[in-house]
Design a protein around this ligand. Structure first.
Ligand code: GLY
Ligand code: MN
Ligand code: MN
Length: 445
């Protein structure tokens, strides 16, 4: 199998991070401040930690890759609007876990105006927030709220010396999330790359599949490609479900044998420079669809292709989902799994026995990315720069009332789609989904 190396795309530049901070500050009232903590390391067992993964909001505004940092934005401050607190330089710790960037490094290499080590944090933070009327921070972050309350107490206790404590703590999260929903061109470059690596990983799994392997063998092929191409990790737990395991939506055990005559559903994507790919393909373990598998597959494929075609500015995710529900319900009636008319079966929700999830979610730094799905109580209209998944599926349970040939078939087909001014761009077209193309790719397995 060819195993070439994709050229790495450009990382996001310092100017873009600066622009993001400025754009956020422009939405805040004067004399406000932002406090935003980085992620911390999480213990896995005893003194071992999970691999560090930066907080997505913190990354979006800084690009700073270390744990236990704190971003402070101070709109209008003459000595600099962006202040970063970071881990103390500590040769004893650095000998074990690597060189820390430190305050000087943060200013020199990450474009912040001022930086201090955490040892100075509590004292400096009171100085910085003195006279700021409102502090914007993630209100669901208990440690951040406790820190802000501590500063308020400290400044409040010194009111007679002229200190002015912030009067309000406000939520910053939705302001950042609304900005993250619209991707810049530099972000789209990374998302195309995540899509391309993820697609290659699925191709690799298709090439490798054969009866007698276990689900985890295909997981190993996928994740090998993720790391080979410089991705950091899977963007979420890889799902490889053979046979009826495909009907368990979040099946991640990946421990069963792959059987001749079964389908296998793979939902997997890479995280590259913190951006997620998210692809699902379903294909025959042995490379040839049976007639029944093919009938169900074509129903899902048609619904998926029509939904992708519908992606354009002005359309809503609710409209795309409704189109999928119509197409899948018509297919379920054709298969004899539902009776009556499409309208009736959509109306009484009976299709939900076979299709219980929604068709799309936002995609970006998080696989289920942030940003509101509604606006003013209505489903939000798509705009250029949004990225979403399109992922219809059918899951036929192993119940007595289902014809035997259809029992335990689970099929989902998922692509990542960016909204453009003209319509859309599919980011994950590097892996086939048509029956003939999949069978051709697997012909020599
Ligand atoms: N892989 C998670 C999802 O498709 O939503
Ligand atoms: Mn997925
Ligand atoms: Mn998805």
């Amino acid at each position: 199998m060819p195993h070439d190396i994709l050229p790495r795309p450009a990382a996001i530049g310092l100017d873009e991070y600066r622009h993001r901070r400025q754009a956020l500050m422009a939405t805040l009232p004067p004399r406000s401040a932002v406090l935003l903590p980085a992620a911390s390391l999480v213990t896995r067992s005893n003194d071992s930690e999970y691999a560090f993964r930066q907080d997505s909001d913190f990354h979006y505004l800084t690009g700073f890759p270390e744990p236990d940092a704190l971003l402070v934005l101070l709109p209008g401050r003459a000595e600099g609007e962006t202040v970063l607190f970071c881990q103390d330089k500590d040769p004893a710790k650095e000998a074990w876990t690597g060189i820390r960037i430190g305050a000087e490094g943060a200013v020199a290499h990450y474009g912040v105006d001022q930086a201090f080590e955490n040892a100075e944090r509590d004292e400096r933070l009171s100085e910085l927030l003195d006279g700021r009327e409102a502090v914007y921070l993630p209100l669901d972050d208990e440690a951040a709220v406790a820190l802000a309350e501590e500063v308020r107490r400290d400044l409040g206790a010194r009111a007679r010396q002229g200190a002015e404590a912030p009067r309000a703590l406000c939520d910053v999260t939705h302001l950042i999330h609304e900005r993250r929903l619209i991707k810049s061109e530099a972000e789209l470059v990374l998302m195309r790359h995540a899509g391309e690596i993820s697609a290659r990983a699925h191709v690799r799994a298709m090439h490798t599949s054969r009866p007698g392997l276990y689900e985890y063998h295909l997981q190993a092929e996928l994740e090998h490609e993720f790391l080979w191409q410089g991705g950091q990790a899977p963007a979420y737990s890889t799902i490889v479900g053979g046979g009826a395991n495909a009907c368990v939506l979040h099946y991640i055990e990946n421990a069963s044998p792959l059987r001749d005559g079964d389908l296998v559903l793979i939902d997997a994507g890479v995280e590259f420079d913190l951006y997620a790919g998210d692809i699902t393909r379903t294909f025959p373990v042995n490379g040839r669809f049976t007639a029944e598998q093919r009938r169900v597959y074509e129903i899902v494929l048609t619904a998926q292709e029509r939904a992708v075609q519908a992606v354009a500015p002005g359309v809503t995710l609710a409209e795309i989902h409704q189109g999928v529900v119509q197409d899948l319900t018509a297919g379920l009636i054709e298969l004899g799994l539902l009776e009556g008319s499409v309208e009736e079966r959509v109306e009484d929700d009976s299709y939900r026995r076979f299709y219980l999830h929604s068709t799309s979610h936002w995609l970006g730094l998080d696989v289920h990315d942030v940003g509101g799905y509604r606006r003013d109580g209505e489903p939000r209209r798509l705009e250029p720069g949004m990225v979403l998944t399109v992922e219809p599926g059918l899951y036929l349970p192993e119940d007595d009332d289902i014809p035997e040939a259809l029992r335990g078939i689970g099929i989902r087909i998922e692509d990542d789609v960016a909204v453009t001014a003209e319509g859309h761009e599919v980011l994950t077209s590097g892996v086939p989904k048509r029956v003939a193309d999949i069978e051709a790719l697997m012909v020599n397995n």
